[in-house]
Design a protein around this ligand. Structure first.
Ligand code: CAA
Length: 283
C-alpha cells in the first residue's frame, strides 16, 4: 500500500512537528484535536515555521504554498476514515490512548496503519485495543521534530513485516534516519536518555549544584547541544515523569525512581517551556 493520506491525532508540539515534516514531504495531512482553537493554533504555528524556512532560504515560496495546501484540520475522529496512516500523538496515558485506538480501529479502513508516537507505553498493549494488531506500530519522533533526524520505530508483538516496512518508508520520506526497537519499556532512546535527565533533577533536588552548573556540565563537558534541565523543559516535565513512571513500574528497579522534585514541579504546573516555567522561565 502506498501511503498518501496521513491523519494525526493531537496537535501539540509533537503532532504539529510531525504534520509539518509530512506536508513538506508531499503527504496529504489532517491534523486533529478536541477543539477548533487547538488545531487552528497548530496550523498557524506550522505556517509560521514554514515562513521562517522561506526567509532563511531553506524552502521556496512555491514549496511553502503547496505544503500548506496539503494541510487540513479536524476536530472529529471520524475524518480519519480515508487515512492510509494515522499517527497518534496525544497525552502519555495508556487508558486514553487505548480508547483512541479502539475508536480508530472502528473508523479507519481495513488496510490503514495505526501508529503511536508514544515514548514509553507498550505498543503491544496499545494494539490490544484493536482488531488489527499486525497494523499497529510505534513511530516515535523527537522534539523538535523538524530538526531532530531520528525516527524510532517500535514493533509490537504482532506487528507485521509489511507494516514495519511501510513505517520505515514513511520515516525516510520525511527525511528521518530510522532505527527499530522491540517493544521494551523506554525503547532505545528514552531508556538511555530519561534516566540521565531524571538524575539531573536529583542533583538539583539534593542541592549538589545549580541549574546553570548542571546544564553547563553536560554542555561543556560532554558536548551536548543543551543541558539536561533545559532539555527537560523542552520535552515537558510531565512527559519525563510519565516515562520514568513506566520505566520504574515495568523494571521495578530503584534506579528509575522519578525524582520527588520532578513530581512536585509537575503538580505545581511547572511543565517547562509549554507552560512558561520549568527549571527556567520562558516568555
Ligand atoms: N522547531 C523547528 N526548528 C527549530 C526549533 C523548533 N522548535 N528549535 C530550533 N529550531 C531550528 C532553528 O530554526 C535553527 O535552524 P537553522 O540552523 O536553520 O537556523 C536550528 O534548529 C538551531 O536552532 P537555534 O540556533 O535556535 O538553537 P540551537 O542551535 O541551540 O538548537 C536545538 C536548538 C535544535 C533544540 C538543540 O539545542 C538540540 O538539538 N537540543 C537537543 C534536543 C533533543 O535532544 N531532543 C530530543 C528530546 S527527547 C524526545 O523528544 C523524545 C521523548 O520521547 C521525550
Amino acid at each position: 500500500m502506498t501511503i498518501q493520506k496521513i491523519y494525526i491525532v493531537g496537535s501539540g508540539q509533537m503532532g504539529s512537528g510531525i504534520a509539518q515534516v509530512a506536508i513538506q514531504a508531499g503527504y496529504q495531512v489532517t491534523i486533529s484535536d478536541v477543539q477548533e482553537s487547538f488545531v487552528e493554533k497548530a496550523k498557524a504555528n506550522i505556517k509560521k515555521k514554514l515562513a521562517r524556512l522561506v526567509e532563511k532560504g531553506k524552502l521556496t515560496k512555491e514549496d511553502q504554498e503547496t505544503s500548506v495546501a496539503r494541510l487540513t484540520t479536524s476536530i472529529n475522529l471520524n475524518d480519519a476514515k480515508d487515512a492510509d496512516l494515522v499517527i497518534e500523538a496525544i497525552v502519555e496515558n495508556e487508558k486514553i490512548k487505548g480508547e483512541v485506538f479502539q475508536k480508530l480501529d472502528e473508523i479507519c479502513k481495513e488496510e490503514a496503519i495505526l501508529a503511536s508516537n508514544t515514548s514509553s507505553i507498550s505498543i503491544t498493549q496499545i494494539a490490544a485495543n484493536t482488531k488489527r494488531p499486525d497494523k499497529v506500530i510505534g513511530m516515535h519522533f523527537f522534539n523538535p521534530v523538524p530538526v531532530m533526524k531520528l525516527l524510532e520505530i517500535t514493533r509490537g508483538l504482532s506487528t507485521s513485516d509489511k507494516t514495519l516496512k511501510i513505517a520505515e518508508e514513511v520515516g525516510q520520506k520525511v527525511g528521518k534516519v530510522t532505527i527499530v526497537s522491540k517493544d521494551s519499556p523506554g525503547f532505545i532512546v528514552n531508556r538511555l536518555l530519561d534516566p540521565m535527565l531524571n538524575e539531573a533533577v536529583y542533583l538539583l533536588d539534593e542541592g549538589v549544584a545549580t541549574v546553570d552548573d548542571i546544564d553547563k556540565g553536560m554542555i561543556y563537558g560532554c558536548n551536548h547541544p543543551m543541558g539536561p534541565l533545559a532539555l527537560t523543559d523542552l520535552i515537558g516535565l510531565d512527559v519525563l515523569l510519565a516515562v520514568m513512571e513506566v520505566l520504574y513500574q515495568e523494571y521495578g528497579d530503584p534506579k528509575y525512581r522519578p525524582c520527588p522534585l520532578l513530581r512536585r514541579m509537575v503538580k505545581a504546573g511547572k511543565l517547562g517551556k509549554k507552560s512558561g516555567e520549568g527549571f527556567y522561565k520562558y516568555d
